[in-house]
Design a protein around this ligand. Structure first.
Ligand code: ADE
Length: 232
Protein backbone atom coordinates (compact mmCIF):
# COMPACT_ATOMS: atom_id res chain seq x y z
CA UNK A 1 0.00 0.00 0.00
CA UNK A 2 1.26 3.49 -0.81
CA UNK A 3 1.54 5.56 2.38
CA UNK A 4 -0.93 8.44 2.53
CA UNK A 5 1.82 11.04 2.79
CA UNK A 6 2.98 10.16 -0.72
CA UNK A 7 0.04 12.18 -1.97
CA UNK A 8 0.94 15.19 0.08
CA UNK A 9 3.35 17.71 -1.26
CA UNK A 10 4.07 21.24 -0.26
CA UNK A 11 5.43 23.96 -2.48
CA UNK A 12 7.14 27.18 -1.43
CA UNK A 13 7.90 29.95 -3.92
CA UNK A 14 10.30 32.42 -2.35
CA UNK A 15 10.81 35.85 -3.87
CA UNK A 16 14.12 37.38 -2.87
CA UNK A 17 16.99 39.60 -3.96
CA UNK A 18 19.41 37.22 -2.22
CA UNK A 19 18.56 33.61 -3.19
CA UNK A 20 22.12 32.59 -2.21
CA UNK A 21 21.22 33.21 1.44
CA UNK A 22 18.54 30.53 1.24
CA UNK A 23 20.38 27.88 -0.73
CA UNK A 24 22.47 26.43 2.08
CA UNK A 25 19.72 25.92 4.68
CA UNK A 26 17.48 24.33 2.06
CA UNK A 27 20.16 22.03 0.71
CA UNK A 28 21.08 20.26 3.92
CA UNK A 29 19.76 17.87 6.50
CA UNK A 30 16.02 17.44 6.88
CA UNK A 31 15.07 20.06 4.29
CA UNK A 32 17.20 18.34 1.67
CA UNK A 33 15.71 14.97 2.64
CA UNK A 34 12.20 16.37 2.34
CA UNK A 35 13.00 17.66 -1.13
CA UNK A 36 14.65 14.38 -2.14
CA UNK A 37 11.56 12.48 -0.98
CA UNK A 38 9.44 14.75 -3.17
CA UNK A 39 7.47 16.04 -0.18
CA UNK A 40 8.75 19.59 -0.32
CA UNK A 41 9.33 21.69 -3.37
CA UNK A 42 11.08 25.03 -2.93
CA UNK A 43 11.51 27.48 -5.81
CA UNK A 44 13.68 30.55 -5.41
CA UNK A 45 12.87 33.57 -7.58
CA UNK A 46 15.43 36.31 -8.06
CA UNK A 47 13.42 39.52 -7.86
CA UNK A 48 15.92 41.37 -10.04
CA UNK A 49 14.91 39.14 -12.97
CA UNK A 50 11.53 40.89 -12.88
CA UNK A 51 12.96 44.40 -12.79
CA UNK A 52 13.30 46.46 -15.95
CA UNK A 53 15.82 49.08 -17.08
CA UNK A 54 19.55 48.98 -17.46
CA UNK A 55 20.21 48.57 -13.76
CA UNK A 56 17.31 46.26 -12.97
CA UNK A 57 16.57 48.42 -9.99
CA UNK A 58 14.39 46.86 -7.30
CA UNK A 59 14.42 49.71 -4.77
CA UNK A 60 13.91 53.47 -4.76
CA UNK A 61 13.78 56.49 -2.48
CA UNK A 62 10.97 56.93 0.02
CA UNK A 63 8.27 59.42 -0.83
CA UNK A 64 8.15 62.01 1.93
CA UNK A 65 11.86 61.73 2.60
CA UNK A 66 13.71 59.74 5.22
CA UNK A 67 16.68 57.43 5.27
CA UNK A 68 16.50 54.01 3.64
CA UNK A 69 15.23 52.64 0.37
CA UNK A 70 11.88 51.00 -0.32
CA UNK A 71 11.30 47.97 -2.54
CA UNK A 72 9.57 49.04 -5.74
CA UNK A 73 6.13 47.57 -6.43
CA UNK A 74 6.50 46.76 -10.16
CA UNK A 75 9.07 43.91 -10.04
CA UNK A 76 7.29 42.28 -7.09
CA UNK A 77 3.93 42.54 -8.84
CA UNK A 78 5.40 41.09 -12.05
CA UNK A 79 6.78 38.08 -10.18
CA UNK A 80 3.60 37.56 -8.16
CA UNK A 81 1.36 37.86 -11.24
CA UNK A 82 3.42 35.26 -13.05
CA UNK A 83 3.16 32.81 -10.15
CA UNK A 84 -0.52 33.48 -9.57
CA UNK A 85 -1.25 32.77 -13.24
CA UNK A 86 0.43 29.36 -12.89
CA UNK A 87 -1.36 27.95 -9.85
CA UNK A 88 -3.52 28.73 -6.85
CA UNK A 89 -1.76 29.77 -3.67
CA UNK A 90 -3.07 29.34 -0.15
CA UNK A 91 -1.18 32.31 1.25
CA UNK A 92 1.11 35.08 0.10
CA UNK A 93 3.37 35.64 3.09
CA UNK A 94 5.52 38.70 3.64
CA UNK A 95 8.36 38.35 6.15
CA UNK A 96 8.56 41.52 8.20
CA UNK A 97 9.27 42.51 11.81
CA UNK A 98 5.78 44.04 12.08
CA UNK A 99 4.04 40.77 11.17
CA UNK A 100 2.34 38.16 13.36
CA UNK A 101 4.87 36.39 15.57
CA UNK A 102 5.70 32.92 14.24
CA UNK A 103 4.96 30.19 16.77
CA UNK A 104 4.28 26.47 16.69
CA UNK A 105 0.57 26.92 16.15
CA UNK A 106 1.17 29.12 13.06
CA UNK A 107 3.63 26.48 11.80
CA UNK A 108 1.09 23.71 12.35
CA UNK A 109 -1.56 25.62 10.41
CA UNK A 110 0.79 26.41 7.53
CA UNK A 111 1.95 22.80 7.30
CA UNK A 112 -1.57 21.89 6.14
CA UNK A 113 -1.32 24.17 3.11
CA UNK A 114 -0.17 23.18 -0.36
CA UNK A 115 1.21 26.24 -2.10
CA UNK A 116 2.76 29.19 -0.33
CA UNK A 117 4.53 32.28 -1.62
CA UNK A 118 7.05 33.98 0.65
CA UNK A 119 8.12 37.50 -0.19
CA UNK A 120 11.33 38.52 1.55
CA UNK A 121 11.50 42.16 2.57
CA UNK A 122 14.66 44.27 2.36
CA UNK A 123 15.82 47.79 3.10
CA UNK A 124 12.91 49.72 4.65
CA UNK A 125 10.47 47.11 3.35
CA UNK A 126 8.15 46.86 0.37
CA UNK A 127 5.92 49.62 -1.00
CA UNK A 128 2.78 49.32 1.10
CA UNK A 129 0.55 48.93 -1.95
CA UNK A 130 2.01 45.45 -2.47
CA UNK A 131 0.94 44.53 1.04
CA UNK A 132 -2.54 45.90 0.41
CA UNK A 133 -3.05 44.25 -2.97
CA UNK A 134 -1.38 40.85 -2.63
CA UNK A 135 -0.13 39.89 0.81
CA UNK A 136 -2.47 37.66 2.84
CA UNK A 137 -0.23 36.98 5.84
CA UNK A 138 2.66 38.86 7.43
CA UNK A 139 5.08 36.95 9.60
CA UNK A 140 7.79 38.06 12.03
CA UNK A 141 10.19 35.55 13.54
CA UNK A 142 10.81 37.72 16.61
CA UNK A 143 11.07 41.19 18.02
CA UNK A 144 14.37 42.14 16.44
CA UNK A 145 15.29 43.46 13.02
CA UNK A 146 17.17 41.30 10.52
CA UNK A 147 19.00 42.74 7.53
CA UNK A 148 16.47 41.07 5.26
CA UNK A 149 13.60 38.61 5.25
CA UNK A 150 15.64 35.68 3.86
CA UNK A 151 16.69 34.24 7.21
CA UNK A 152 13.10 34.56 8.40
CA UNK A 153 11.97 32.71 5.24
CA UNK A 154 14.51 29.95 5.94
CA UNK A 155 13.18 29.61 9.50
CA UNK A 156 9.65 29.44 8.13
CA UNK A 157 10.38 26.76 5.52
CA UNK A 158 12.31 24.67 8.06
CA UNK A 159 9.78 24.92 10.89
CA UNK A 160 6.83 24.23 8.57
CA UNK A 161 8.55 21.77 6.22
CA UNK A 162 9.55 19.37 9.00
CA UNK A 163 5.87 19.00 9.95
CA UNK A 164 4.85 17.60 6.57
CA UNK A 165 3.89 13.96 7.12
CA UNK A 166 6.74 11.69 6.04
CA UNK A 167 9.51 14.29 6.32
CA UNK A 168 10.78 13.15 9.70
CA UNK A 169 11.83 9.52 9.88
CA UNK A 170 9.92 8.79 13.03
CA UNK A 171 6.56 10.18 12.03
CA UNK A 172 5.52 10.78 15.59
CA UNK A 173 8.60 12.70 16.64
CA UNK A 174 7.39 16.16 15.65
CA UNK A 175 4.43 15.59 17.95
CA UNK A 176 6.79 15.48 20.91
CA UNK A 177 8.67 18.66 20.03
CA UNK A 178 8.73 21.51 22.46
CA UNK A 179 5.61 23.69 22.14
CA UNK A 180 3.43 21.04 20.47
CA UNK A 181 1.37 20.72 23.65
CA UNK A 182 2.44 24.11 25.03
CA UNK A 183 5.17 22.38 27.02
CA UNK A 184 8.92 22.55 26.57
CA UNK A 185 10.61 19.23 25.79
CA UNK A 186 11.98 17.17 28.71
CA UNK A 187 15.75 16.62 29.10
CA UNK A 188 17.32 13.87 26.96
CA UNK A 189 20.38 11.66 27.49
CA UNK A 190 22.48 9.23 25.48
CA UNK A 191 25.46 6.95 26.16
CA UNK A 192 27.58 6.73 28.25
CA UNK A 193 25.24 6.06 31.18
CA UNK A 194 27.75 7.81 33.47
CA UNK A 195 29.70 10.75 32.12
CA UNK A 196 32.08 12.89 34.14
CA UNK A 197 30.63 11.31 37.29
CA UNK A 198 27.14 12.36 36.23
CA UNK A 199 24.69 9.43 35.89
CA UNK A 200 21.65 9.35 33.63
CA UNK A 201 18.41 9.32 35.73
CA UNK A 202 17.71 5.71 36.81
CA UNK A 203 14.18 5.77 35.47
CA UNK A 204 15.44 6.05 31.88
CA UNK A 205 17.40 2.82 32.29
CA UNK A 206 14.47 0.98 33.89
CA UNK A 207 12.84 -0.15 30.64
CA UNK A 208 9.45 0.69 32.19
CA UNK A 209 7.70 2.56 29.36
CA UNK A 210 4.78 3.97 31.32
CA UNK A 211 6.96 5.27 34.17
CA UNK A 212 9.35 6.82 31.66
CA UNK A 213 6.49 8.53 29.87
CA UNK A 214 5.15 9.91 33.19
CA UNK A 215 8.63 11.09 34.20
CA UNK A 216 9.14 12.86 30.89
CA UNK A 217 5.81 14.58 31.22
CA UNK A 218 6.61 15.73 34.79
CA UNK A 219 9.99 17.02 33.65
CA UNK A 220 8.39 18.88 30.75
CA UNK A 221 5.92 20.51 33.15
CA UNK A 222 8.69 21.47 35.61
CA UNK A 223 10.83 22.92 32.84
CA UNK A 224 7.99 24.91 31.41
CA UNK A 225 7.05 26.28 34.86
CA UNK A 226 10.65 27.30 35.50
CA UNK A 227 11.56 28.70 32.08
CA UNK A 228 8.39 29.69 30.26
CA UNK A 229 5.54 30.13 32.75
CA UNK A 230 3.80 32.24 30.08
CA UNK A 231 3.08 29.05 28.12
CA UNK A 232 0.70 27.72 30.77
N1 ADE B 1 12.79 41.05 8.35
C1 ADE B 1 13.55 41.80 9.17
N2 ADE B 1 13.40 41.43 10.44
C2 ADE B 1 12.50 40.42 10.45
C3 ADE B 1 11.91 39.64 11.47
N3 ADE B 1 12.21 39.80 12.75
N4 ADE B 1 11.03 38.70 11.10
C4 ADE B 1 10.70 38.53 9.81
N5 ADE B 1 11.21 39.24 8.81
C5 ADE B 1 12.11 40.19 9.12
Amino acid sequence: MVPLYKFYKMRFDIITVLPELLESPLNHSIMQRARDKGLLDVHLHQLRDYATGKHRQVDDYQFGGGAGMVMKPEPIAACLDKLLAERQYDEIIYTTPDGVKLDQSVCNQLSLKNNLIVLCGHYKGVDDRIRQKYVTMEISIGDYVLSGGELAAAVLVDSVGRLIPGVLNDETSALFDSFQDNLLAPPVYTRPAVWNGMPVPDILLSGHEKNIEDWRHDQAVERTKARRPDLF
